[in-house]
Write a protein that binds this ligand. Structure first.
Ligand code: GTP
Length: 301
């Protein structure tokens, strides 16, 4: 009995230092025990929750999703984890207790030993983590086309170079730049220019191999990192892009506006190469294609 008391006081102390909510739920979704301390979720007093069922707190779809987690956790005897949006306009129980802003929570359920089947459920507010994830992915994406940007490309290129050097492979970088986008914008309107960039992005995305990495770099162009691709194969890939672009167009006043691209391909040239030096060589090749009148492919090792 003494031991049981010590254990209980340790469990109470443990629960007191947790900022997450902890519930024990029966197999049928009834709250047997609840503990919440500094949680931003206004559940009401701990006593108020005990004896309530998930259906008393959550609308039908969320209650049955949580019940599904209980069922699975008990039948598979394993931890279940899900991210759930707690929106007070949907979860009226929480709105009535003062919740004004939505928050994302991580729900973890683990089967618990005992006479009656039950699960221990931890609910943690992960809104900040979610926001940070969203911000990170936004700063790595181009807003117009949704593709990765140069900031995202450079570390991947550096990694690909490191791998190629280590395993005695190679890799290539292709820069694809729309010819005379300024003129198209001026003559047909910025919307047409936008359409061209979007269609080109979508088509490059479908054309590239799964292992390739596509990014929008600069105002009017894209880059594709081609792992395990030598100079000759890089030029072949560029030819495929060029021929694909000849079938692309953007609609404008009932007509189709066609466009061309210039391409520069750089291939890894040895131990001294870096992401920056390879990118800069690809830019030089692109420049050469532009100087020769555009709609051309230039490559360098
Ligand atoms: N429609 C559209 N235009 C953009 C976007 N970003 C930049 N631009 C424009 O794209 C044009 C790029 O101009 P330049 O760098 O001179 O290139 P260009 O006219 O394609 O000439 P070349 O590359 O030499 O063929 C500029 O007028 C930019 O204002 C965009 O997101 N959408």
């Amino acid at each position: 009995m003494k031991n049981a008391n010590i254990l209980q006081s340790r469990i109470d102390a443990l629960l007191n230092v947790l900022s997450e909510d902890v519930l024990i739920l029966s197999q049928l979704g009834t709250i047997i025990f609840s503990s919440h301390n500094e949680s931003p979720i206004p559940w009401g007093e701990a006593d108020e929750l005990t004896g309530k069922n998930l259906n008393d707190i959550f609308p039908g779809d969320i209650a049955s999703m949580l019940q599904g987690m209980i069922d699975k956790s008990l039948s598979l005897n394993q931890l279940m984890v899900k991210e759930v949006l707690f929106d007070p306009t949907v979860i009226v129980y929480l709105q009535q207790r003062g919740m004004a802003e939505s928050c994302w929570v991580e729900v973890r359920m683990a089967p618990s030993a005992g006479d009656e089947p039950s699960v221990v459920c931890r609910i943690e507010d992960i809104s900040r983590r979610k926001m940070a994830q969203r911000e990170t992915s936004q700063i790595q994406r181009d807003l117009l086309t949704g593709m990765y940007n140069r900031r995202a490309l450079m570390p991947v290129l550096a990694q690909s170079i490191a791998q190629a050097l280590r395993y005695d492979w190679t890799c290539s970088l292709m820069l694809i730049n729309v010819d005379s986008l300024r003129l198209i914008n001026d003559q047909r309107g910025w919307d047409v220019g936008d359409q061209i960039l979007k269609r080109l992005a979508e088509s490059l995305n479908s054309l590239k191999r799964t292992a390739d990495f596509l990014a929008r770099v600069g105002e009017d162009g894209f880059a594709i990192l081609l792992p395990e691709t030598n100079a000759e194969q890089g030029i072949l890939a560029a030819k495929r892009v060029s021929s694909m672009v000849s079938d692309l167009s953007a609609p404008h006043s009932g007509t189709d506006i066609h466009f061309t691209v210039s391409i520069g391909v750089a291939t890894l040239s040895g131990e001294v190469d870096s992401a920056e030096s390879m990118f800069s060589r690809a830019e030089d090749c692109l420049q050469l294609s532009k100087q020769q009148g555009g709609n051309r492919i230039s490559g360098s090792e």
